[in-house]
Design a protein around this ligand. Structure first.
Ligand SMILES: [Zn+2]
Length: 256
């Protein structure tokens, strides 16, 4: 390995200053000799987001079921529980991607009120498509691990809780357990801890007085453009054009 750079760093004052390398002489045609190999400095960021979602649990329909959601996190939370409602049509483009300012602005306008834990959970779970606020109600807390001094979860912290939506065929509320984690790192035991927490959440959901049993989750399809209907009961303008039931209050939507 050549050590020329060391000599330059510690010049010997008794010696004449080294002659600077002659600049590449421009030839008659203005050509500069290219190096055989480009010396590149490498930069890299590895972001790792992961999550798990359980089977759905069908709940007895009715407005009371909605108020039961936070209790399904009982005994598993490390911070306060927050409820994130489905987003109305004016936020239908909301995406946590900084390079898309219009979508990012919608996302921030919709979610700046939430806690750092919930915002982190939304970034992780929306990025991996584990929840969709066009129809999901998301109930969230820190479930394992630590937060930094600003209150944001560390990469190995597990966040989440339950997500619910209204079944388009029956109008029943379907609840599933959802957990996520990630960031600039990954730890070997996080997946195992997350599985355990997911099981605990699902146990809580099934133990609820309104639970009717496990069901396959068929997630509604978000609208591709024009948007859906306005709920006559609560005024919620859904971004979900095929919804029969209001994503927010669960009442039947009337078609005009
Ligand atoms: Zn409604």
């Amino acid at each position: 390995m050549p050590l020329d750079f060391l000599k330059r760093k510690n010049p010997d004052p008794t010696q004449p200053a080294p002659v600077a390398a002659a600049p590449p002489t421009a030839g008659g045609h203005g050509t500069i000799t290219l190096p055989e190999e480009v010396v590149a400095q490498e930069f890299q960021l590895k972001l790792y987001y992961a999550g798990k979602s359980s089977e759905g649990v069908r709940m007895q329909a009715g407005p009371n079921a909605m108020h039961e959601l936070p209790s399904m996190l009982h005994g598993l939370t490390k911070t306060e529980i927050e409820v994130v409602d489905p987003l109305p049509i004016e936020f239908s483009q909301a995406t946590p991607v900084m390079a898309r300012p219009s979508e990012a602005m919608q996302w921030l306008n919709a979610h700046h009120v939430h806690s750092p834990v919930t915002r982190h959970a939304l970034v992780v779970l929306e990025s991996i498509d584990a929840i969709d606020l066009a129809f999901d109600t998301f109930v969230c807390s820190l479930l394992d691990g630590e937060v930094d001094t600003s209150g944001y979860p560390e990469y190995s912290a597990i966040v989440g809780g339950v997500a619910s939506h209204w079944d388009e065929t029956t109008g029943d509320m379907i609840v599933r357990a959802v957990v996520g984690w990630g960031g600039k790192g990954v730890r070997g035991d996080t997946d195992r801890i997350a599985s355990k927490i997911l099981g605990g959440l699902l146990t809580n959901v099934l133990a609820n007085q309104y639970a009717l049993g496990l069901t396959a989750v068929e997630r509604p399809m978000p609208a591709a453009g024009r948007g859906g209907l306005v709920c006559a009961h609560c005024g919620f303008a859904s971004a979900h054009e095929r919804a029969f039931y209001c994503p927010k209050c669960g009442m039947r939507l009337l078609r005009g």
